[in-house]
Design a protein around this ligand. Structure first.
Ligand SMILES: Cc1cc2nc3c(=O)[nH]c(=O)nc-3n(C[C@H](O)[C@H](O)[C@H](O)COP(=O)(O)OP(=O)(O)OC[C@H]3O[C@@H](n4cnc5c(N)ncnc54)[C@H](O)[C@@H]3O)c2cc1C
Length: 257
């Protein structure tokens, strides 16, 4: 089976994020594999181990992403591809990323493409479905279970706490939801092996793309942190008085009634 994982290098949102000149400051920021992409990688490994084949992990980014690609190789992916857009693309959006990924994938005959449900930084959840649309293949989002039997595929997807069971077929793109599996940590032998696994670096030219072909369709006007939470207020006294005070505060302070 020819398996591809779309992997994004993201800020670690567990760490303190600093905004500078309308963008997240990279100084001192920690970077990780987007957590939903770890589920995608783990699922790809389990599918490959059961059905055979090869996993290629692909990222669109800059050379800093080599570290996360090596981690994916250490987890068990077979090959990595970095599509380095740093010198060619000034402004990128979900269209840019999806177009580049689809151009890379279009002649690779993928059977299964796994992406994350959402990137924890950009957070649009667009890239996976856009890639599938561009390739003209079916896609199922937020999956929590994947069963492949020949070319028949049964998928369970999370629908805000409920489950939806979908039958579809290969070739297919799925996006991984939390609960799909328990991603493994790279083992020491895995880390040693990863150093020798192929990591190919491509640029737009190699995909016969010009900067104009991938020009962003959207522009981010502003990025800002949410306002600091004020300390809560605990009302005291008789219940009936508390209710009166609450209604009054909702009217005069919160201005919601
Ligand atoms: C070098 C670089 C420059 C950028 N410059 C700008 C800029 O100037 N302005 C701006 O607004 N944004 C910029 N971005 C951000 C970028 O446009 C978006 O982050 C990207 O389109 C993904 O959108 P998202 O975060 O909403 O991902 P989602 O759609 O939420 O991601 C869902 C899934 O899609 C896959 N995926 C997402 N991104 C990638 C990727 N890069 N490679 C492989 N798989 C991926 C992953 O599987 C991920 O889990 C830049 C990104 C890069 C890498």
């Amino acid at each position: 089976m020819n398996i591809f994982v779309l992997m994004k290098r993201t800020f670690d949102t567990e760490e303190k994020i600093v905004i500078n000149n309308g963008a997240v400051s990279e100084d001192g920021a920690e970077f990780i594999i987007n957590p939903y992409d770890e589920y995608a990688i783990e699922e790809a490994i389990q599918v490959r181990d059961k059905h055979g084949g090869e996993i290629t992990v692909v990222t669109v980014g800059n050379e800093e992403a080599e570290k996360e690609l090596r981690t994916a190789l250490a987890m068990g992916c077979d090959k990595a591809v970095l599509i380095n857009i740093e010198d060619d693309v000034e402004e990128s959006d979900q269209y840019t990323t999806a177009k580049i990924l689809a151009e890379y994938l279009k002649d690779k005959n993928p059977d299964l493409i796994l992406a994350g449900n959402v990137a924890i930084d950009g957070g649009s959840g667009q890239v996976g479905p856009r890639v599938a649309e561009l390739l003209g293949i079916p896609y199922v989002t937020t999956i929590t279970k994947l069963d492949i039997d020949g070319s028949k595929v049964t998928v369970v997807r999370d629908v805000e706490g409920d489950e939806e069971i979908i039958e579809t077929s290969l070739p297919l793109l799925v996006t991984a939801q939390q609960g799909l599996n328990e991603p493994r940590y790279p083992s020491l032998p895995g880390i040693m092996k990863a150093k020798k696994k192929p990591l190919e670096e491509l640029e737009l030219d190699d995909l016969d793309l010009e900067e104009d072909d991938v020009e962003a369709k959207t522009k981010t006007i502003e990025i800002f942190l949410p306002p600091k939470k004020e300390a809560g207020k605990i009302l005291q006294g008789e219940l009936v008085d508390q209710v009166k005070e609450l209604v009054s505060l909702l009217h005069t302070e919160a201005k919601v009634v």
